[in-house]
Design a protein around this ligand. Structure first.
Ligand code: 9MJ
Length: 673
């Protein structure tokens, strides 16, 4: 009996997996849905009666498993790469040129590239051992990702067993999980019907669905995948080209994109790019550009990597999307320093994958330059994850009588007078801490990571505590009581107690952080650290004369005036005293008399570092006397690139600026350890 059952279970598994392959990968079903369901139910019933006979690649596992508390970490045997970007034909040509130089190609010999649409989803790795799908992980930082095996198992396009009688010992397949347009619509309709918030775009929908702790929920969403490269491969010769690798993956039953093509040289690549751009809307899924990869894998190996991005590939991104809509009104938001930022309220419009109803207008000069008026039809632009902006006005569509935007004379929040100094693009509310908006923003800044770093005191909680009247100044942070905090809506006793503990912990800080936290105009993170180093104590700084302030590196006349004005105000000194009385102290010295060994050097940091944050790296480089800049120029001494670096690496390479990795950075900072 058991032998027969075992055979039938195995047979059903093979049949169902085969039908899934024909249905989902080849888009060519061999049986009706009803027949499939009947085989599926038969297998389910047999497995229920004989749980010991369930195999790892059983198609019944696709329905999802009980929820997880957390995803485990997975270390990728072979790092998952990120891609450098090109935004124009020139940049694409420069990439081709670099490849040609490194490969020492003859002038008349084009490089062969594999062109692939760039899917806008989530990069993942699938691990097959002796042909069976055993683990799937997200890219994470490229080194370590999250174990999302159970969620990936629910994606029917992913074979649970490779279609070969002679599987490699290990095969890791890299690809992109995404949600096609139709499934995205369907997912959003179900969410709306269930009174839940719909996804803003297919990328978020794919990411949200794949990172579900409850894989039964993932199973309800229809995710797709295309495989595009190999990770660890053991026990089999790998193909000679990217094109053959894609063919091999397809033979093994993995879905690959049929829109790929071989292109010889940069011109052909660009023609492919334009062709795909023209087809973009008809593909049925979102793409955000094209990836070009050197086709010969031996050439790929020769070219190697910089940090975690290959020198042999480039992503050519589509330009920012634009759409027209009507500007309903211009409102002014008040920031931490009182700056009034005009914000465009728009007739909602779908652009760059999301619905936009607000866009920044930066400042009054910008409004005047673009001559933006309420009632105007405007072009809204959005690229990637950046804040949408009003690009320009469609003047032909201006309604009669549309009036220019005027700077309000009074703060929209506290009604204090608004001032705009001569030559300053920014208009400001003069209310200081009397202005509710400035106070709230000031407290958020004080609690933020680079300032007092109060864990848990984020923007939302500051708003809540302010609404409840519990935070009327920076000093009030230290007067919060457990009972009052715990009584706030959506606040449990445990989180309230965690908050108070975090506040306690943050009292032990550095003078630089505290100074930065005060939010004195013109005194940024670096300036605050430099001042702390220079004066060594708060008293010395408070009593410093203008000339003494001007002796400090990085402190110019504007910052010096701003410091003098801040400390001249009695209420600021009272606030500082109240804070110090609550126990805030600066036992950690900024300065251990460090030699400025890197003075004169200019560095750029890009990508994510593993051993420290970019801010920490910046701070340490500055302590050694170096400058840290946010953009690469000929003057840059070197670029330090962590994981997923951006276009800065490309720029550095094109300018001949050295690109170094994190280890080199650590070596440089060794003096500080
Ligand atoms: C996407 N996103 O479609 C790669 N990608 O290759 C394709 N991404 C890639 N290839 C190496 N088609 C790293 C990333």
């Amino acid at each position: 009996m058991s032998k027969k059952v075992k055979e039938r279970i195995a047979q059903l598994g093979v049949q169902l997996n085969d039908h899934s392959y024909h249905y989902y990968v080849l888009d060519n079903p061999q049986i009706s849905d009803a027949e499939y369901d009947s085989l599926f139910r038969e297998l389910q019933a047999l497995e229920e009666a004989h749980p010991d006979l369930i195999s790892a690649d059983s198609p019944t596992h696709r329905v999802g498993a009980p929820p997880l508390d957390d995803f485990e970490q997975v270390t990728h045997a072979v790092a998952m790469l990120s891609l450098n970007n090109a935004f124009s034909f020139d940049e694409l040509q420069a990439f081709d040129q670099r490849v040609r130089e490194r490969l020492e190609m003859e002038a008349d010999q084009p490089v062969q590239y594999m062109a692939e649409p760039k899917l806008d989803g989530l990069a993942i790795s699938l691990r097959y051992e002796r042909g069976v799908f055993v683990q799937g992980a997200t890219r994470g930082d490229g080194h370590t990702g999250e174990n999302v095996t159970e969620n990936l198992r629910t994606i029917e396009m992913i074979p649970l067993r490779l279609r070969t009688n002679n599987p490699p010992e290990v095969l890791e397949v890299r690809g992109e999980v995404f949600m096609d347009d139709a499934s995205f619509e369907q997912a959003n309709q179900s969410l709306i019907a269930a009174d839940q918030k719909p996804f803003v775009n297919p990328r978020n929908a794919a990411a949200g669905s794949l990172r579900q702790k409850d894989s039964r929920k993932t199973a309800k969403r229809r995710l797709s995948i295309y495989a595009y490269s190999l990770g660890e491969v053991v026990g089999v010769q790998i193909p000679a080209t990217q094109a053959l690798a894609l063919e091999w993956l397809a033979e093994l039953g993995l879905p690959t994109n049929s829109e790929v093509a071989i292109c010889e040289g940069a011109e052909a690549c660009y023609a492919y790019y334009e062709n795909i751009q023209g087809k973009r809307a008809q593909l049925g899924y979102d793409i955000d550009g094209v990836v070009f990869k050197v086709n010969e894998l031996s050439q790929q190996r020769e070219l190697g990597f910089v940090s975690r991005a290959p020198r042999w590939a480039i992503a050519t991104k589509f330009p920012a999307e634009e759409a027209q809509t009507v500007l309903l009104e211009v409102e002014f938001q008040v920031g931490r320093t009182g700056a009034l930022t005009p914000v465009a309220r728009l007739e909602p419009v779908f652009v760059g994958g999301v619905t936009v109803s607000n866009a920044t207008l930066h400042n009054m000069d910008e409004i005047e330059r673009k001559d933006v008026r309420p009632g105007d039809t405007v072009v809204v632009r959005r690229a990637g994850d950046v804040i949408p902006e009003v690009a320009r006005v469609v003047e032909e569509k201006r309604p009669k009588g549309a009036r220019k935007v005027k700077l309000p004379a009074k703060c929209p929040v506290c009604k204090s007078p608004v001032m705009r100094s001569e030559g300053d693009a920014v208009a400001r509310c003069t209310g200081g801490f009397l202005c509710d908006a400035q106070r709230r923003e000031g407290i958020k800044h004080y609690a933020s990571r680079k300032a007092l770093d109060i864990d848990g005191l984020g923007d939302k909680l500051v708003e809540q505590l302010s609404d409840a009247g519990l935070l009327n100044s920076l000093a009030d942070v230290y007067q919060l009581e457990l009972e009052a905090v715990a009584a706030l809506p959506r606040m449990a006793e445990k989180s309230a107690s965690n908050l108070l503990q975090a506040i306690e912990k943050s009292k032990n800080t550095t003078l630089g952080r505290f100074l930065f936290g005060l939010g004195i105009r013109e005194v940024g993170e670096t300036g605050a650290a430099t001042l702390a180093n220079h004066f060594g104590s708060l008293d010395a700084l408070i009593n410093a004369k203008e000339a003494e302030l001007l002796e400090v590196d990085d402190i110019g006349p504007v910052a010096a005036k701003s410091l003098l004005a801040f400390f001249a105000q009695k209420n600021n000194i009272e606030m500082i005293n109240a804070i110090l009385q609550s126990g805030v102290s600066f036992p950690v010295a900024e300065k251990a008399v460090i030699e400025p060994t890197l003075a004169g050097n200019v560095y750029v940091l890009t990508g994510s570092l593993e051993s420290m944050t970019r801010d920490e790296a910046k701070h340490k480089l500055q302590l050694l006397g170096a400058k840290v800049s946010s953009s690469v120029s000929k003057k840059t001494t070197a670029v330090f690139a962590g994981a997923s670096p951006g276009s800065k690496v490309v720029k550095a390479e094109s300018l001949g600026v050295p690109v170094e990795d994190e280890q080199a950075l650590q070596a440089l900072l060794g003096a500080l350890e």
